[in-house]
Design a protein around this ligand. Sequence first.
Ligand code: ZN
Length: 428
Amino acid sequence: MTSYLFRNVSIWDGINDQEYPGEVVVENNRIKTVARGRNAIGGESAAVVIDGQGQFLMPGLVEGHCHLSFVGPARNQDLGEIPPEEHLLRTCRNATLILNHGFTSAYSAASAKLRIDVVVRQEIQDGYLAGPRYRAAGPEITTTGGLGDERKQHMHAESFGMIADGVDEIRRAVRLCCREGVDNVKFNISGDEFVSHARAEIVSLSEEELRVGVNTAHDWGKRVACHSRAAESVKRAVRAGVDCIYHCDFADEEALDMLEAVKDKVIIGPAFGLVHNCVFEGDVVGLTKDVVERMGMPRKLEFTIATYKEMRKRGMRVVVGGDYGFTVTPIGQNARDIGHFVKFFGYTPAEALKCATAVGGDLMGHKGELGVIKEGALADILLVDGNPLLDQSVLVGPGRFSMIMKDGKMHRDPRDRAMPERRKIAAE
Ligand SMILES: [Zn+2]
């Protein structure tokens, strides 16, 4: 039996708004005890005692809109052109990378090829690959001409879409994903700004197709997520019973009311990082102001911001997750979205952190036992040199995590590392 006692730590539990000095005992893969104050728990209660030197102890981060197999494409069809062998290896590297950045869980919002997510999840679960808890998805189920269809009349192309038209093909596509072992199914109900054919405010999947798809996925016990930017695509998603609705940028009053009515069941995710980086940092990857303007990105940014200020007021459950994996959004920077929630959507730091921990734990299928520090919860724990309630940027980049524990196992062990320089000085 493995057990750890963490002493001299400042605990932020994913439930309360403030951190507090305390101690935590982990036994096997669960948190056994959480106590307030110092020296509340005897050293004999765990095999290993770790002095946190006053650092910040918090739940592992959850990426709520993850694409491990998006290996930096400039164009969507680039993902279709990578051979499966290279694609799999690069996805494995992303799995380890994101765990090194403090994300102990990730909910896939689509796999670029059907089996990549499934194989990577299995390799992680079996203990051969370092990576987060991972809910695998299939490709984005879409229609001819919808987001993810990069074909031309004269030329075949693949990207991240699985094209299906009509209820029979949709049902078959869902069953195919289920047969191959996905945990999540994803539908593209609207288009997007970065493709020319079905723009963000076009609704490309019919209500009939969506209902059949969602019901089939639910029959198989899968969670359903969708890409919905247009107001009507949000309404369609609510009516069809989708579990997780991404984007919702152009939600109108009626769509917001419908979302609010199902807020205990449905989880929302803005995937803001991609929009943010296109507008403010597009030039880094050659997206000039002109191109970004022509794509309608600044307008989308304004709508997204207004929508999520409203979502917050209405008490919607929103996950952090930013569509990282494109050239303009390199994987590893995912935690930037926590700061974006504060800066752009008006969340308090504690609210934004809950979106990246406790709400994400619910999306992962572990409501109340993942993304929280409490007795009985799964032991996904970070030790951070810095206070993210004061400055969310300390969670960006791997440098400030002196410990990353997933499922009670050390991925980064604080005993292997010298304590940060300034703490060493303070201790002397
Ligand atoms: Zn996405």
